[in-house]
Design a protein around this ligand. Structure first.
Ligand SMILES: C[S@@+](CC[C@H](N)C(=O)[O-])C[C@H]1O[C@@H](n2cnc3c(N)ncnc32)[C@H](O)[C@@H]1O
Length: 229
């Protein structure tokens, strides 16, 4: 994203007090300015209709990006980290995000009722293998005709990028940014299987940008020719 767009979103994460902690401000500014995730997800969601469920929403940066780009459909962010949800709510209120909510929820135990599009960005590796498959099934079941399931994940393929991703995830956990540690890195076939079984058509493309990570963008949609579910 352009530097000014990133700065405007990050401003919602500035501390209320002059000498307060600016960690979220610098993190969001840096991430929005450097991560190819957001342009990729914006493009994938551009044709999607209906509300969006953002599973593992973190600070809710995607909601800010969507609203900044005029994507006005309802946004529901859920994350297991209660503290991040409080910070996401605070920044969402500050930015006056319309029709955006943030709720604390363990997506491996429960998913809210939803019928629309679903985002699952950099979350899968924090769940054990069986929970990943269950989450992918649950996410796929919530995609409506005209909706999209947009996943960003690293894929296990023993490449140098795969190793760089694992080391960085572990460091993010050790320095306390990620409360949960990575559990399992899925490979392409295990991500694809539950989505194929749900009848979704998918594309998988690398989303490396200028990063050293093995990130892939997976976009799945119901077959427009299939009878409505
Ligand atoms: C690397 S962050 C990605 C945040 C956000 N999706 C983004 O792209 O900026 C992974 C997020 O997944 C969340 N997460 C991990 N396990 C989860 C679970 N079982 N249920 C809900 N959220 C979870 C973490 O708390 C964290 O905020």
């Amino acid at each position: 994203m352009a530097r000014e767009q990133a700065r405007r979103i990050a401003a919602a994460f500035m501390p209320a007090q002059r000498f307060g902690n600016r960690r979220d401000y610098y993190y969001s500014r840096g991430k929005l300015g450097s991560d190819p995730l957001y342009p990729g997800v914006l493009a994938a969601l551009a044709p999607a209709r209906g509300p969006l469920l953002d599973i593992g929403c973190g600070l809710g940066l995607l909601a800010h990006v969507l609203r900044q780009h005029g994507w006005l459909q309802p946004y529901r962010g859920v994350d297991i980290d209660a503290d991040k949800i409080v910070r996401a709510q605070r920044a969402g209120t500050r930015a006056a995000l319309a029709d955006a909510t943030f709720t604390c929820l363990d997506a491996s135990a429960d998913l809210p009722d939803h019928h629309g599009s679903v985002a699952l960005l950099d979350v899968l590796q924090y769940l054990p293998p069986e929970a990943q498959t269950a989450l992918l099934r649950g996410a796929a079941a919530r995609v409506a005709p005209g909706g999209r399931l947009v996943i960003r994940t690293t894929l296990a393929d023993r490449s140098g990028r795969d190793r760089a991703t694992r080391i960085t995830d572990m460091l993010a956990h050790l320095v306390g940014w990620m409360g949960t540690r990575p559990r399992h890195y899925p490979d392409a076939a295990t991500v694809r299987a539950p989505l194929d079984a749900a009848g979704l058509q998918l594309t998988m493309a690398p989303l490396y940008g200028n990063t050293p990570f093995n990130n892939w963008l997976i976009v799945a949609a119901p077959d427009p020719a299939a009878p409505a579910r």
